[in-house]
Unconditional design. Structure first.
Length: 333
């Protein structure tokens, strides 16, 4: 676990589990998988176990680390903590009992703010009612192409007070997102060897959707050979927005229950007392993604009215086709 993180939207990482398996196209150039291979070669004890070579790699088998559960209690000052930067807490191999223990630690350290991110939105949804959601936990899902926008619907059925979506890497346009229950959107491009290109129009569209929906927008990077290779300016400015309004107030305003108030000026990510929801978006060379099911707003209305399927049956599953350029089949959506 790194004491301080170089990730722009957080301060600290905490890894009660390590390791994962590729599950969708956004995983193809996984930074954590490559880093785990190096850490194993360096003899790091947390990365001894090798994963399935078809979906994982050296040092990257899903592994529980009970000895790390007490670490947040040792931090004296409040921190913004990214949980499992090297794993996925809702991976199918993480037992519910262990997830609950992680949640107990977060509830027992209310001075910190925790950010959890998953691609396993179906498991998240299925377990959500069996977990107690403290106010200092932000829950997010990754959405790399429009095909995976249904993960936002799953997320919005979770009892977290703060929800965020990550499109990192953003591999295609994400038009017409329903951001009604989202507070913060982070966009960013893929980095590293073989990084897939992100189009400016994709990012501008996300920025504009956020502006229209009253959602804070954070632009992380354009990506390239290295994370900082092409900077992080979008149309001549940095976007580091973090609204000071609490999520429930913003949602009421967007739904018409109250007059929308002007968001406060952008604040530093270091302010761990601020609450917001995040969505990340990262780039790709995929110029278009097939749209599945009804429009997001229609799906949401159907869900709220109790009619219709929450997730279109045409969504990809474990036996679905390969994404263009993807090295592995989709395992879990």
């Amino acid at each position: 676990m790194a004491d301080r993180s170089g990730i722009e939207w957080t301060e600290t990482t905490w890894n009660p589990t390590t390791g994962c398996d590729r599950t969708s196209p956004g995983c193809d150039n996984c930074y954590a998988l490559a880093l785990a291979k190096r850490l194993k070669a360096m003899g790091q004890p947390k990365y001894r176990n090798d994963g399935d070579p078809r979906t994982s790699g050296p040092g990257f088998a899903l592994t529980l680390h009970e000895d790390t559960l007490g670490i947040p209690h040792t931090w004296r000052s409040p921190r913004l903590v990214f949980v499992n930067s090297m794993s996925d807490l809702f991976h199918p191999d993480v037992p519910l009992d262990f997830i609950r223990r992680v949640f107990d630690v977060m509830a027992g350290t209310p001075q910190h703010t925790y950010q959890i991110l998953t691609k396993r939105s179906r498991r998240l949804r299925s377990l959500a009612e069996e977990l107690d959601w403290p106010d200092n936990v932000w829950m997010g899902v990754s959405v790399e192409t429009e095909r995976y926008a249904f993960r936002i619907d799953h997320l919005c059925q979770v009892g977290a007070k703060v929800r965020f979506v990550s499109a990192e890497p953003l591999l295609g346009p994400l038009p017409d997102l329903d951001l009604t229950d989202i507070d913060w959107l982070i966009a960013g491009g893929e980095s590293g060897p073989g990084a897939r290109r992100m189009e400016k129009t994709w990012v501008r569209d996300l920025r504009d959707q956020c502006g229209a929906a009253g959602v804070a927008f954070f632009f992380k990077q354009w990506g390239g050979r290295t994370p900082k290779a092409n900077g992080r300016d979008l149309d001549g400015k940095h976007h580091d927005e973090q609204t000071g309004r609490c999520p429930s107030e913003r949602r009421r305003a967007r739904r018409g229950a109250a007059e929308p108030q002007k968001p406060t000026a952008a604040t530093s990510m270091g302010n761990t007392t601020t609450r917001c929801r995040l969505i990340w978006f990262v780039p790709s060379d995929e110029n278009a993604a097939s749209r599945l099911g009804d429009a997001p707003a229609e799906r949401r209305r159907a869900r709220r009215s109790g009619c219709g399927e929450r997730v279109p049956s045409s969504h990809p599953d474990s036996t679905g086709p390969r994404h263009r350029g993807s090295r592995v089949p989709w395992l879990d959506a």
